[in-house]
Design a binder for this molecule. Structure first.
Ligand SMILES: NC(=O)c1ccc[n+]([C@@H]2O[C@H](COP(=O)([O-])OP(=O)(O)OC[C@H]3O[C@@H](n4cnc5c(N)ncnc54)[C@H](OP(=O)(O)O)[C@@H]3O)[C@@H](O)[C@H]2O)c1
Length: 294
């Protein structure tokens, strides 16, 4: 297949390119320097120049505080950008795989969200991504919208900069020997190669629709850190942060665990437990899996 990957130098996009390449597909990688999602003209010009079977959009404005500060820009990229892509891919007859987020939910549930739950975003980022979902779902019938959560991968997240949570925990442990992490926010930490693998599998199907696409199981950020240090064998003092110790500037869901109900219903779910994804990541990034003293 001819595949286009937008956001190809991003944390997820780089693994999506790699996953398609390793299956022998022809991949055209597009970065922000190649295409501006918020411009219909740019999207049409870039995608129309060469035919493609599948367009994968991993690009977004997803720094939560920046979205809150610049809501028009967030909607221009995440909502109207998704609309532009949906219109152009529909006109070209291509299918569109569009990545969305767990932040479309308010986190008031205490059991995993399924696709039919009503989204109630708490912030501009979540609202702009939800609007993007609706545009994709209504404009291009050949769509896959994948909501994922708490990503980490080898390539740094461009929007957030710096280290992903796993690497940050290991760095803090090395440098300080003591780490404090919140224990009252729950997610399904998901390694980007696992999302990429799921995207490749879906691209070969015509089971279009809305999907939750995260690792199996869930944990608090504290439990995630605990597992990171256990797998690596890091000798660190890990403590539970007090409520309000790291006050969030923008409201976020406290519980944004997703269940891959639709992938499972259709026999398409490839995700493993978050603990397996984490161990694979740590082995691949060659983090020493031996006890260290700090
Ligand atoms: N990271 C997470 O924990 C997380 C959780 C749930 C869902 N998601 C979703 O997963 C997707 C991928 O996230 P990621 O962590 O891989 O992000 P990332 O590393 O920040 O990559 C995003 C990419 O989008 C590009 N981009 C930004 N604005 C653009 C625009 N207006 N036009 C064209 N390209 C643009 C960026 O290019 P520049 O950097 O050059 O601008 C970058 O290549 C996003 O849709 C995000 O909403 C992420």
């Amino acid at each position: 297949m001819n595949i286009v990957v937008i956001g190809s130098n991003g944390q997820l996009g780089s693994d999506v390119v790699h996953a398609f390449n390793s299956q022998g597909h022809a991949v055209r990688s597009l970065t922000h320097a190649d295409v501006e999602l918020s411009s219909l003209e740019s999207v049409r010009c870039c995608l129309g120049s060469q035919s493609s079977d599948v367009v994968v959009n991993t690009a977004a404005m997803h720094h939560v505080e920046n979205c809150e500060q610049y809501p028009q820009k967030a909607f221009a990229v995440n909502a109207l950008g998704a609309r532009n892509l949906a219109i152009v891919t529909r006109d070209l007859g291509s299918s569109l795989i569009h990545v969305s987020t767990d932040y479309v939910f308010d986190g008031k549930k205490s059991e995993p969200y399924i696709e039919s739950d009503t989204p109630v975003p708490l912030n501009v980022y979540g609202n702009s991504k939800l609007a993007g979902e609706y545009f994709v779902r209504t404009l291009n019938p050949k769509h896959f919208v994948l909501r994922t959560s708490a990503l980490y991968g080898k390539q740094p997240c461009r929007a957030k900069g710096g280290l992903n949570f796993v690497d940050l925990m290991l760095k803090l442990a090395r440098e300080r020997g003591r780490v404090r992490v919140v224990n009252d926010e729950f997610v399904s930490p998901t390694a980007t190669p696992d999302v990429a693998r799921q995207i490749v599998a879906l691209s070969a199907s015509d089971a279009f629709g809305l999907y939750h696409a995260t690792s199996e199981g869930s944990c608090s950020w504290y439990e995630f850190a605990l597992e990171i240090f256990a797998v690596v064998g890091t000798d660190v003092k890990l403590e539970i942060a007090s409520p309000g110790e790291f006050p969030a500037k923008v409201p976020r869901p406290r519980y944004s665990v997703l269940e891959n109900r639709e992938l499972k219903n259709r026999g398409l779910n490839l995700f493993k437990s978050w603990r397996v994804g984490l161990t694979e990541y740590l082995c691949e990034t060659k983090t020493p899996l031996v006890p260290q003293s700090v």
